[in-house]
Write a protein of this length. Structure first.
Length: 184
C-alpha cells in the first residue's frame, strides 16, 4: 500500500502515515534443508517460499541503495560529509538520517521562496551605485521552523543541485549566513 516509503521516512512518521509498523523484509537466511521424507510438493512449496522471501529482500535492498545513491549524488558532499564513517563511508547511514541532517542543518525552502529570491536577484543594479547598496538587496531566506514535513521538496536547492543559476542566500538555523553557489 505504501510501497517503499518506509525507506525514506523516519519510523514514527511512517507509522503515523501508514497506521502500521514498517515491514521491511529481512534476509531469509540460508536455503532450508529438506527432510529425507519430504514430498516433492512440500519441497517445491518450501523452495518457492524461500525464493519469494529472497526476491522481496533483494528488491528492497536494491531500492534502498538506489534511493540513497540518488540522494547522495543530488547533493554536494560538503553538505553531508559529517555523516561519513572513516571505515564504512555511508554504508550504515540511512536515508532518513541524511534527509534529517540536511533539513536540520540547512533548513527547508519552498518553491515560492526560491521564486521570490530569484526575482530579487534579477532586479537591475546600477554599477554607479555604491557596492554597499547590494547588501540591502534581496532578503535572506530563512529556514521555516514551523515546517514539519517528512519528505524532501523537489524545489530544495540543497537536494536537487539547484533549479536556478542564480546564487541564493540562506540563513541557516544557527544564525550563520551562507551563500549557495550553483552546483553543477
Amino acid at each position: 500500500m505504501n510501497g517503499h516509503l518506509e525507506l525514506v521516512m523516519p519510523t514514527a512518521a511512517y507509522v503515523m502515515r501508514a497506521s502500521a509498523v514498517s515491514n521491511e523484509p529481512q534476509h531469509p537466511g540460508v536455503q532450508p534443508v529438506h527432510a529425507a521424507n519430504a514430498t516433492a510438493a512440500l519441497i517445491t512449496s518450501t523452495n518457492r517460499a524461500y525464493d519469494h522471501a529472497m526476491a522481496k529482500f533483494k528488491t528492497c535492498s536494491t531500492v534502498k541503495e538506489t534511493l540513497k545513491q540518488q540522494v547522495l549524488s543530488a547533493v554536494d558532499p560538503i553538505y553531508y560529509q559529517d555523516l561519513e564513517d572513516d571505515t564504512f563511508g555511508y554504508a550504515d547511514v540511512l536515508i532518513p538520517a541524511i534527509i534529517q541532517h540536511l533539513t536540520t542543518t540547512y533548513g527547508t525552502l519552498t518553491a515560492s521562496d526560491l521564486e521570490i529570491n530569484r526575482d530579487h536577484l534579477t532586479e537591475a543594479w546600477n554599477p554607479d551605485e555604491p557596492i554597499e547598496n547590494l547588501s540591502t538587496g534581496p532578503p535572506i531566506l530563512t529556514a521555516d521552523s514551523t515546517c514539519t514535513e517528512t519528505y524532501v521538496s523537489l524545489s530544495c536547492p540543497v537536494l536537487n543541485k539547484r533549479l536556478t543559476t542564480d546564487p541564493i542566500k540562506i540563513k541557516i538555523p544557527n544564525g550563520a549566513r551562507k551563500e549557495r553557489k550553483r552546483i553543477s
